[in-house]
Design a protein around this ligand. Structure first.
Ligand SMILES: *Cc1c(COP(=O)(O)O)cnc(C)c1O
Length: 368
């Protein structure tokens, strides 16, 4: 760990084990676990987290891009790795590192078959993504006939899994929509399995899907945010433990008289005597400007200290008028009690965005 920056992100591996086992306990014993470690393990420390997950028994990993998979291979990860959004320009490298692409359209399938043929590959594992309503990536119903023809024509690839992604699995108001997605996935996957003569691994649920739709676990579940300790709902959050704790300390304390301003653009003007603390974390560390002007807060001495004025690149200033504290005192940005989900929500965003924003400048420290 490098100690040059007072702001540190602690990663707790015991909590990661707890979350993994909790999510596993929510499904049938023969359902495979896929751990989503894209975006540096949701902003944590991807190599440490992936090695730990491999040790405690994950069956699969998923990343967004081939480069993220290469980082894992170079760190010694040997489990299968699904690349969720591969770019055709990287197909040869992806194959070189034994990564498995999500194939989501006829164009991408043709491109992948071309590359596997050129490399004389046989039965190279691929994953077909079916669009059941998210309308982001995936084969549409109108593509299925051509898809089957292309797959039956070649032996360079093998369909290891069929999958789809839910659009609103955390939102119980969208239950009908989700149930329709699940029904559509069942239909499409049965149609394809019958046509190709075998049933690949089937998977549709992300974390909220796992927790809210046990009937849709099929033969594998994909969990990202749940591993990191968030369940997108207080009902589920109570059983999960955030693995990341972000802390800093007070660099300086100022006392503003009425009418004095604070920070860039004079974003805050004191309407009464105000005591502020300057903290060495800013938008270059992942605390976006949306947290400025009292939308976000930190915790000092167990009390909430709202961010005053604009977030700077390297610093924030917070209100400590009614908090007893001094220069050098510890500052908590988020942990298991003051959660990233709560802070994100106060600024109108989600835990995923706050966690994945914590930049490499913040040193990571692993708690075994
Ligand atoms: C990111 C992602 C996941 C993980 O979702 P969580 O809500 O973090 O569990 C699962 N599947 C796909 C296709 C994804 O892109």
């Amino acid at each position: 760990m490098n100690n040059t920056h007072a702001t540190v992100l602690e990663i707790n591996l015991a909590n990661l084990t707890h979350n993994f086992n909790y999510l596993k306990s929510k499904t049938r014993s023969n359902v495979k676990m896929l751990s989503v470690v894209k975006a540096s393990g949701y902003g944590s420390d991807v190599i440490t987290v992936a090695k730990h997950l491999e040790k405690i028994g994950t069956d699969y990993f998923a990343v967004a891009y081939a480069n993220e998979g290469i980082i894992l291979r170079e760190a010694g990860i040997t489990s299968p790795i699904l690349v969720l959004h591969p770019q055709p320009i990287n197909f040869a490298r992806l194959i070189d590192y034994n990564l498995e692409p999500n194939i989501y359209s006829l164009r991408v399938l043709k491109e992948f078959i071309k590359v596997t043929s050129e490399l004389n590959k046989k039965q190279y594992p691929i994953h077909l993504k079916l669009n059941t309503g998210l309308n982001r990536l995936g084969f549409n119903i109108s593509d299925i006939e051509n898809l089957i023809v292309l797959i039956k024509q070649t032996n360079t690839i093998k369909v290891t899994s069929l999958f789809s992604h839910l659009a609103a699995s955390e939102d119980i108001n969208e239950k009908d929509f989700t149930l329709a997605q699940i029904a559509s996935f069942k239909n499409l996957s049965t149609q394809i399995s019958n046509a190709i003569g075998y049933t690949p691994i089937l998977h549709q649920c992300n974390t909220s899907g796992i927790l809210n739709y046990p009937e849709a676990h099929f033969s594998m579940i994909r969990t990202g945010i749940g591993l990191y300790g968030y369940g997108n709902d207080p009902l589920h959050d109570q059983y999960l433990k955030p693995i990341a704790k972000l802390t800093s300390c007070i660099s300086q304390i100022h006392t503003l008289n009425t009418g004095e301003s604070l920070g860039y653009n004079r974003g805050f003007i004191a309407t009464s005597t105000t005591i502020t603390a300057t903290i060495p974390i800013g938008h270059a560390d992942g605390i976006s400007r949306i947290y400025g002007n009292k939308k976000g807060y930190v915790t000092i001495n167990n009390q909430k200290a709202p961010i005053l004025g604009n977030v700077c690149m390297d610093m924030i200033m917070v209100d400590v008028t009614s908090i007893s504290c001094k220069e050098g005192d510890p500052v908590l940005i988020f942990d298991t009690k003051a959660t990233a989900a709560a802070i994100a929500e106060s600024a109108g965003t989600i835990s995923y965005e706050l966690l994945t924003s914590i930049s490499p400048r913040v040193s990571r420290c692993i708690i075994e």
